[in-house]
Design a protein around this ligand. Structure first.
Ligand code: UT7
Length: 325
């Protein structure tokens, strides 16, 4: 039974940090409001000329280094982003070039907004399991600050920039049990009827502009709690596992209150939940790999640990992935 093992991870955050107090100087908000409602204290903001592919490349290089590999050892790049450098080509091909891969393999972008990393991981996992590729680079990278309306306090306080990457490698010796290292299962969902709750009011085929993020926060919150609660149960059930079997919940980092609700649903104590939303804000597709790398680098996540990742975003899209580290 072929399985995709995670053999390295890397992340990158831009140097620039914007605190809640910095925001309160430019719009009608306060540190208290933002922290109480979301758990966010600060977020990183990309430099003027720093692109999504720049951040993705830095995270990818770090992941390759951790895995002891080079770009040419990779068969495919799956890059989740909502903020591509250009409408086309895919940001993934710039990363392929930056990594010196030449014409080795293939690279494309995946667009599922905040669920993007789970979608990219699921896609890469299936390419590996089918035998089509042996090694995949899966990246979540966002320059979300470019999509923000800095006069809209209901959205601009929530998001940040950054990138995270993992490397998947085929393991043909896996026995196919839940004890094997690697991705155990992935679960994807979407419901397009809700696409008007969280969207960007621009695009090449409509306004011919980039547009800004618009969100009905309360509705998104309500759906997020319900759908993430459902999908984590689905992931556990399909592997005949229970909440207590999970060592680490690594959720999408949108709002601490949503994360707490999911952890509660699983019966997981706060010390087994990886939280980075305080310092990163919501980095959309980058949030899960950023959180994952934080907990791997500080020694919390160790080989053999069972990790549950989950996300929900515009579309609506949502999903989960269960992996043994
Ligand atoms: O990654 C997936 C996508 N995003 C999410 O998952 C986000 C989901 N939604 C949320 O996290 C929450 O709905 C928010 C954090 C966005 C908002 O929290 P809320 O508790 O739902 O607040 P609200 O939208 O109901 O607003 C409450 C009040 C309003 O004032 P009134 O109408 O009660 O007078 C807002 O105008 O707070 C006001 N408000 C603010 N006040 C200060 C909204 N934004 C701000 C702000 N600073 N930045």
């Amino acid at each position: 039974m072929r399985r995709a093992k995670i053999i390295g991870c890397g992340s990158y955050l831009p140097e620039g940090v914007m605190t809640n107090d910095d925001l309160a100087r430019i719009i009608d908000t306060s540190n208290e409001w933002i922290e109480q409602r979301t758990g966010i204290k600060a977020r990183h903001i990309a430099g003027k000329k720093e692109t999504t592919s720049d951040m993705a490349t830095r995270a990818a290089r770090r992941a390759l280094e951790k895995a002891g590999l080079e770009g040419k050892d990779i068969d495919a790049i799956f890059l989740a982003t909502t903020t591509p450098d250009q409408t086309f080509p895919a940001t993934a091909v710039t990363v392929q070039d930056n990594l010196g891969m030449g014409d080795k393999g293939f690279a494309f972008d995946i667009q599922a907004v905040c669920s993007g990393f789970i979608y990219a991981l699921a896609t890469a996992d299936n390419f590996v399991k089918s035998g089509q590729i042996n090694r995949a680079l899966v990246i979540g990278a966002e320059r979300f600050s470019s999509l923000l309306d800095w006069t809209d306090r209901t959205t601009c306080v929530l998001f940040g920039d950054g990138a995270g990457a993992v490397i998947l490698e085929a393991d043909d010796a896996a026995k196919g049990t839940k004890k094997d290292r690697g991705i155990l299962s992935t679960h994807l969902h979407s419901e397009g009827a809700h696409r008007g709750q969280l969207y960007v009011d621009g695009g090449p085929a409509t306004t011919q502009t980039t547009g800004h993020v618009r969100m009905n926060g309360r509705e998104v919150f309500r759906h997020a709690v319900t759908r993430m609660g459902e999908v984590v149960v689905e992931a556990l059930k399909s592997n005949d596992l229970e909440g207590k079997d999970i060592q680490w919940l690594v959720p999408h980092q949108a709002n601490k209150r949503i994360i707490d609700a999911t952890a509660q649903k699983l019966g997981l104590p706060p010390e087994r939940v990886v939280i980075t939303v305080e310092q990163h804000g919501n980095t959309s597709a980058a949030s899960i790999p950023l959180a994952l790398c934080t907990a791997v680098e500080d020694g919390r996540i160790r080989s053999g640990d069972l990790i549950l990742m989950e996300a929900m975003g515009g579309g609506f899209t949502w999903g989960a992935a269960l992996a043994r580290w």
